[in-house]
Design a protein around this ligand. Structure first.
Ligand SMILES: [Zn+2]
Length: 159
């Protein structure tokens, strides 16, 4: 047997590690990246549920972002905990100044807007923003992967 490694041999060796009675291939080629472009001349397709875990799907992101209605979530909170950042990390607005994730985690920023000193309010907002990933329950996918922060991801929202 040849000692050189090829992609085919590598896949065969990986497949052999998993006992199987079938010859079904276990290592699949990578799938093409999702298309994030949606022409502004076309209506938006139906949005998925805001509870779906699809970090690379801008429509799922938009569905979560739409839950942050100004009557529920104050637009004057520090930018560290803006709806854009929260929705990008899997959070949706579920109550007055409260956010929730599909994993069952909940937290809120009620009372933050009432802090008189803007420096204190910003600092608390910054710390809350830093911990937004850690507030997901253990095993929640949003702890591992959040929405990409590239500008191309947000094209759909600016068209
Ligand atoms: Zn979660």
């Amino acid at each position: 047997m040849s000692k050189t490694y090829s992609r085919k041999r590598f896949r065969t060796q990986l497949d052999a590690l998993v006992p199987s009675t079938t010859k079904k291939r276990r290592i699949f080629p990578s799938t093409p990246t999702l298309q994030h472009y949606h022409p502004s001349t076309l209506p938006l397709p139906p949005l998925p549920s805001y509870t779906t875990y699809e970090p690379n799907n801008p429509l799922s992101y938009l569905a979560r972002l739409r839950t942050f209605h100004p009557s529920l979530y104050s637009p004057f909170l520090p930018h560290f905990i803006s709806p854009i950042k929260l929705a990008g990390n899997g959070w949706f607005c579920s109550s007055r100044d409260g956010v929730e994730c599909r994993c069952g985690a909940k937290w809120g920023v009620g009372g933050l807007i009432d802090i008189k000193d803007p420096r204190v309010r910003e600092e608390i907002g910054r710390r809350l923003g830093e911990g937004m990933v850690d507030r997901h329950m253990a095993g929640c996918g949003w702890r591992i992967l959040s929405c990409p922060g590239t500008s191309s991801f947000f094209l759909i929202l600016t068209m």
